[in-house]
Design a protein around this ligand. Structure first.
Ligand SMILES: [Zn+2]
Length: 485
């Protein structure tokens, strides 16, 4: 085999470096000593979508039209989940050029493509038609038994114990499957994913997270036992993970600064009464956790049960959609959950837009200037604020939020709901970081330090390993990690 790529969703370079120094990650250590290692800059925002899509294509979000898990619905202030599957991914390019490929459980790849080889998209949690070729499903069931990659509901809806159990099962099932495919056939290119992201979101204790990095290290070792010495190895993550300080309520901030207006106070009287007697979404989730919903129950509940519950049960915070915004007096708002983003209420674009085209630039500059003044307890917060054209390029840039901002290197979690405060203690202890890691070793790779690597560089670098040129429309560069011939 020419190349194997193992993605580890959410793996943070600081944990890898610490683990290697402390002798807890022997597989990583060996590979770093043989090859090259460095940080890998994720996308803006550093979410799994669009980071994986950029890794798969070598293009920036402005060229693939994917900026986030969600996008605003046509002529609406509400968002919808997007179709996150990309065309022209690295395996399609290699497959078209006659290379034999295996794509085993990579996120956001459902439905599997008809490739020159095999493709399994079971990790996307859609239960049918996850295998190409189709017969592979029966064969794997016969050989390995029924594999389950687990329904992972929103992290906050299950207990930590439940989440770690599901994650462990998922990782073990994945590695079983990966090893089976690796032993079954010879491939030129193999790509797969493991995951530590969800654990970063939920686990507060650093020692406990470290044990998961050791687990990942031993699983990587199990996978690498199935390949020969002629294989080049790339390990990488789509973004990092780390602790969170506070939640920041973006729309509450825009309201305070006079950019956004509500028709009336958000908190409906009945909701406040229910909350007073303890009937809130947060409390119900707590009760569900204490009675320990087990996996069987998770399966019989309809897929969207959490969404329905979220809509029907009052929360202490008022969701964005319920807030009854007075759009005729609103110049800017934040419709995108979990990222720092602001949209201008532009006339002709938004359903009830009031900002004229000629005022767009001025209003946007005003919002940016105000965002740069955010303080907590009298202390200024480090704010990096960008116009979308400063980050993205390409034909889909119009679909991106007008303004993006980052607070203290991702240590604050932006929320779009309305609250009584600008800042609150975070629900989850962890959130993403901008930098993931990149590691490569093998017959074509020299010993070196990797500098300035970005997610869009992965495809051009993979093509180089196969002696192929990068395509014109790719944004990334070839990383200088190669031995001279
Ligand atoms: Zn991720």
């Amino acid at each position: 085999m020419k190349l194997i790529v193992i993605g580890i969703d959410g793996a943070d370079p600081s944990y890898i470096e610490k683990g290697v120094r402390e002798g807890k990650l022997p597989t990583f250590k060996k590979l770093i000593e043989r090859g090259c290692y460095g940080k890998l800059k994720s996308t803006m925002p550093p979410l799994s979508v669009p980071a994986w899509q950029c890794i798969y294509t070598g293009k920036n979000p402005g060229k693939i039209g994917i900026f986030n898990f969600v996008e605003l619905k046509e002529d609406s202030y509400e968002y919808d989940l997007i179709d996150w599957k990309v065309k022209d991914s690295i395996w399609q390019i290699l497959s078209r050029r006659g290379k034999k490929v295996a794509i085993i459980n990579n996120y956001f790849t459902y439905p599997p493509d008809k490739v020159n080889g095999v493709m399994i998209s079971a990790i996307d949690n859609i239960k049918e038609n996850c295998y190409y070729p189709k017969e592979l499903e029966k064969e794997i069931e016969n050989k390995l038994g029924k594999l389950d990659f687990g329904i992972i509901p929103p992290y906050y809806a299950i207990s930590k114990k439940q989440l770690t159990k599901l994650t462990e099962e998922m990782l073990n099932s994945s590695v079983k499957l990966i090893r089976y495919i690796l032993k079954k056939e010879k491939f030129d290119f193999f790509i797969t994913t493991l995951d530590i992201d969800r654990l970063h979101h939920l686990i507060d204790d650093e020692k406990e997270i470290k044990t998961w990095y050791s687990k990942i290290d031993s699983l990587v070792n199990e996978i690498l036992q199935c390949i020969d010495e002629k294989t080049n190895i790339i390990l990488l993550s789509d973004h990092g993970g780390g602790k969170m300080k506070k939640e920041f309520y973006t729309n509450e901030f825009l309201k305070k600064e006079g950019f956004l207006n509500l028709k009336r106070k958000y908190s409906k009287k009945f909701d406040s009464f229910l909350i007073k007697i303890g009937f809130s979404m947060e409390n119900i989730l707590k009760i569900i956790q204490t009675i320990k919903i087990d996996r069987v129950l998770m399966k019989i509940l309809p897929h969207n049960v959490w969404d329905i519950a979220k809509e029907k049960v009052p929360r202490k915070d008022s969701p964005f959609g319920d807030a009854e915004i007075n759009w005729f007096k609103t110049r800017a708002f934040s419709p995108y959950p979990s990222i720092g983003a602001v949209q201008i209420n532009l006339a002709g674009r938004e359903p009830q837009g009031i900002v004229n085209e000629s005022d767009y630039g001025r209003v946007r500059d005003e919002v940016i200037a105000k965002l740069k003044t955010v303080t907590i307890n009298g202390q200024k917060i480090k704010m990096d604020v960008y116009k979308r054209e400063e980050i993205y390029k390409g034909p889909y840039i119009e679909k991106a939020p007008d303004i993006l901002f980052v607070m203290d290197d991702w240590q604050y979690f932006p929320k779009i709901s309305f609250s009584d405060k600008l800042f609150k203690e975070p629900r989850d202890p962890g959130h993403h970081r901008l930098y993931g890691f990149f590691l490569a070793a093998g017959p074509n790779i020299k010993k070196c330090q990797v500098e300035n690597a970005e997610v869009t560089d992965i495809v051009p670098t993979i093509l180089k390993i196969f002696g192929m040129k990068k395509e014109k429309e790719m944004d990334g560069k070839i990383l200088s990690i190669f031995k001279k011939k």
